[in-house]
Design a protein around this ligand. Sequence first.
Ligand SMILES: NC(=O)c1ccc[n+]([C@@H]2O[C@H](COP(=O)([O-])OP(=O)(O)OC[C@H]3O[C@@H](n4cnc5c(N)ncnc54)[C@H](O)[C@@H]3O)[C@@H](O)[C@H]2O)c1
Length: 267
Amino acid sequence: MIDPYKDYDLTGRVAVLTGGGSGIGACSAELLASAGAAVVLGDVDIAAAEAVAAKIRGEGGKAVAQATNVAIKAEVEALVDRAVAEFGRLDIMGNIAGIMNTDLVVDVTEEILERVIAVNQKGVFFGCQAALRVMIPQGSGSIINVASAAIDYPNSNVSVYAMTKAAVAMLTRELAIEAGPYGIRVNSIAPGSTPTNFNAQGRKDEAGNVDQTKLQVYLDRNTEMSPIGRVGEAIDQAHLIHYLASDASKFATGATFRANGGVGLVW
Ligand SMILES: NC(=O)c1ccc[n+]([C@@H]2O[C@H](COP(=O)([O-])OP(=O)(O)OC[C@H]3O[C@@H](n4cnc5c(N)ncnc54)[C@H](O)[C@@H]3O)[C@@H](O)[C@H]2O)c1
């Protein structure tokens, strides 16, 4: 019999996850820690990342958090340095942090354009660079970059966001060629719509509370677009990240993995 869990075991592995304070990053941190990895969470929202790390430690896992703005190269390098200082190596780099923008192209200011590129595109690039610095001499590693279903399906009002995420998917393919000879795999995931803090702004009222009508419109629209009639949950993406982090995916590199409810299949 083949042990179905053996290759998914991350005991002794060390993971850095940016955006680990919320949504897909937080859920991935919990799942990877449950599979045995020590996780290092980098997030601009240090209180949120600390809370996730504390929960993991409280449940017997290994986790630390560090304030990190992925748009600043030195902070991403310091995050990876922390992983090596605390746990001695780096096996998994999850470049998960990202921000949305819903302005029409005609309305996007240079400042907004630079901010979205800095977080979504440069942040992932810096994460890859920092990881390679440790993984190349180590001779192993798995880098997982988070793109978006927006790279496949043009939608209204997400042009800048989609542009940065398409760049993430292409960087992944390029880097897979460069890093492969060192035993490093590089893949991306392209999540379908998942209600998290990331896209909550459009569902809030003027006081900042969730507007139930807007939430229902969002859920109905995204449910209708899926042949299986559901919106995503953070765990759907965390499972893919776990797979890509683990030896179960040891033949996978340079690919974009999609858990998106099948949106876009029909039209
Ligand atoms: N939720 C979705 O529908 C969806 C769909 C496709 C792709 N994604 C992508 O998944 C990733 C995670 O999204 P999520 O839904 O979990 O969002 P989220 O907002 O719940 O979590 C994102 C985390 O990133 C952190 N962050 C933001 N800017 C940062 C920065 N400059 N430096 C460090 N941390 C920063 C936030 O503080 C937050 O904790 C993002 O890259 C997003 O683009 C999300």
